[in-house]
Design a protein around this ligand. Structure first.
Ligand SMILES: [Zn+2]
Length: 257
């Protein structure tokens, strides 16, 4: 069926091809995308072109967000939606980039009516219907297959928010079982919390255990960055993420090594 959006996107791809050298430079620095075949790389490249055209980048604190920085963010942002499509990032348009970790002032009023204020330090944030905020220093530390990826983390929150408040329950692919997703993630989330409560170390960043939304976002980081570790720890979660993202990251990692 004819879609005006597809037509516009086709025109953008023809008119604004990515610079070959820049693309080669950026992907060479991202082991997380090693192992993609030629078709997948071509698809990622098109998604990046459209992503950079449809989203706007805003710099803060005197930072200059160069085309290389934009492309590095775009490549990591588009990896999770490689087989889903850019429409999964509908509903928001801005990426704000700080040079490093940023501080947000929080405020809360307790039951006695006392106002509490405190500062929180962040490497990234995703606002419902609002921008994605990233620390560039953390973007640079991402994509190295060590389990940490602030871009994938924040974009996983965006996918989660497609079905309302972030709760670790994004809209699933057709054919996926909602009850199974819920059960698999709840069991794994409780397991991780029990292990931490018992004083055990966990292979996965304990930050995941704070909230089901963080569990989904952090485990998405591992799904792309360290799939073997995730599969060893929580094979059923791995299978759910494989069905959700429609990617076989384990095969890719083995090929990339
Ligand atoms: Zn988070």
């Amino acid at each position: 069926m004819f879609s005006l959006r597809d037509w516009r996107r086709g025109r953008v791809l023809r008119r604004f091809p990515l610079d070959e050298t820049l693309w080669a430079e950026v992907i060479a620095r991202l082991p997380v995308i090693d192992g993609l075949n030629a078709d997948e790389l071509g698809n990622l490249r098109e998604l990046c072109t459209l992503f950079m055209h449809e989203k706007s980048f805003e710099a803060t604190q005197g930072l200059d967000v160069t085309p290389r920085m934009q492309l590095s963010i775009a490549a990591q942002a588009c990896l999770p939606i490689l087989n889903l499509g850019l429409d999964w990032y509908d509903g928001w348009s801005t990426i704000i980039v700080y040079p490093g970790e940023f501080v947000h002032r929080r405020e809360d009023i307790d039951e006695a009516g006392v106002v509490h204020e405190w500062d929180e330090v962040h490497s990234g944030e995703s606002w419902e219907y609002g921008p994605v905020i990233l620390s560039w220093a953390d973007v640079e530390a991402s994509g190295r297959c060590d389990g940490y990826n602030v871009v994938i983390h924040e974009l996983a929150h965006k996918l989660d928010m497609l079905s309302g408040e972030p709760n670790g329950f994004p809209p699933l692919q057709s054919g996926m079982d909602v009850g199974q997703w819920s059960q698999v993630f709840s069991v794994a989330f409780e397991n991780m919390n029990h292990r931490l409560d018992a004083g055990h170390d966990t292979a996965i960043d304990p930050y995941a255990a704070g909230h089901p939304a963080e569990f989904f976002a952090v485990l998405s980081e591992y799904f792309f960055e360290m799939p073997r570790l995730l599969q060893n720890e929580y094979p059923e979660v791995f299978a759910q993420l494989e069905a959700f993202y429609r990617q076989d990251t384990l095969r890719r990692l083995d090929k990339g090594l």
